[in-house]
Design a protein around this ligand. Structure first.
Ligand code: PAF
Length: 285
């Protein structure tokens, strides 16, 4: 079938009700638009798990802080729709703010996941993950998917959504999709377009530093704090300001214990000019 574009919650209700009646398995890919090859890979992965794939494009105001880039976040709905249709997506939900926040974004019921958002990106962006959990819960209620796909690039977000879905009893399988990279290792992101060509090239140092952290931690006698400090220094040498370069437990982002060396993750958030880039790498030692 050709891709349906649905702009109102009422239209989505009818579409989803029909899918449910016919017993089809629904895969969901929520996005904020400005789609690139990384998002397209999420659609392909959803397709592997479902009969019908629904994507959404919504720049969610509640996950941006007062001084963040909500107003200038790139909005490219026509190109997004064309790209999704080319990927064989079945429906695109493009809600207005009033559809998801009928009482206004300021006065919404909030979903707040405890603990996980207190570290790393969540500590830098207070309230960010509450905004994410809130909008994803609303989208889950509307789309009623059987599975939903989220990029592993925002690993902390993936953990927050898994926990939210389990704790609130959503019967939805949360699938993490591998990170898609540029040729120099830079993780694909809508924010990469804020970078000039030379900066994009330089930002490849983030992935190289994650690989370096992984190799350093296996060397005997390497303390985590030292590796993290040296990683920040490597980023600084390439002109990036590290907000964090951390090695953590992959299941809950807790700090490492001496005995625990499997299921690890290295995570970096670094700024190039005003643009913050994030990336991570899962590994066992
Ligand atoms: O990862 C994103 O694009 C957003 O945080 C999400 C999950 C679509 C919620 O707005």
């Amino acid at each position: 079938m050709s891709m349906q574009i649905i702009t109102q919650a009422s239209g989505l209700h009818a579409f989803i009700a029909e899918l449910r009646r016919s017993g089809r398995r629904i895969g969901f890919v929520p996005t904020m638009g400005n789609l690139h090859a990384g998002h397209h890979s999420l659609v392909a992965l959803a397709r592997e798990h479902a009969d019908v794939v629904v994507a959404s494009v919504f720049v969610n105001p509640t996950q941006f802080g007062p001084n963040e880039d909500f107003a200038r976040y790139p909005r490219t709905p026509d190109a997004d729709a064309a790209g999704l249709a080319a990927q064989g997506c079945d429906a695109l939900f493009l809600p207005a703010v009033e559809d998801l926040y009928p009482y206004g974004a300021e006065r919404t019921v909030r979903v707040s996941v405890p603990e996980l958002p207190d570290v790393l990106k969540g500590a830098l962006r207070p309230g960010h993950f509450d905004g994410v959990a809130t909008v994803v819960a609303k989208l889950f209620n509307l789309v009623q998917p059987d599975i939903a796909v989220f990029g592993q690039k925002d690993y902390q977000q993936l953990l927050v959504i898994r926990r939210m879905a389990r704790d609130l009893g959503y019967p939805i399988e949360i699938v993490g999709a591998p990170i898609v990279r540029e040729a120099n290792g830079l993780a694909m992101s809508s924010r990469n377009q804020y970078l000039g060509a030379e900066q994009r090239e330089r930002a490849g140092v983030i992935h190289a530093t994650l690989q370096w952290m992984r190799t350093r931690i296996v060397e005997p006698g390497q303390g985590v704090a030292t590796i993290e400090a040296q990683a920040r220094e490597r980023l600084a040498q390439a002109g990036l300001v590290a907000d964090y370069a951390a090695i953590r437990r992959a299941d809950d982002l807790g700090e490492l214990t001496v005995t625990r060396r499997d299921g690890l993750i290295a995570l970096i958030a670094a700024r190039l000019g005003p643009t913050q880039l994030i990336d991570n790498m899962l590994f066992d030692v």
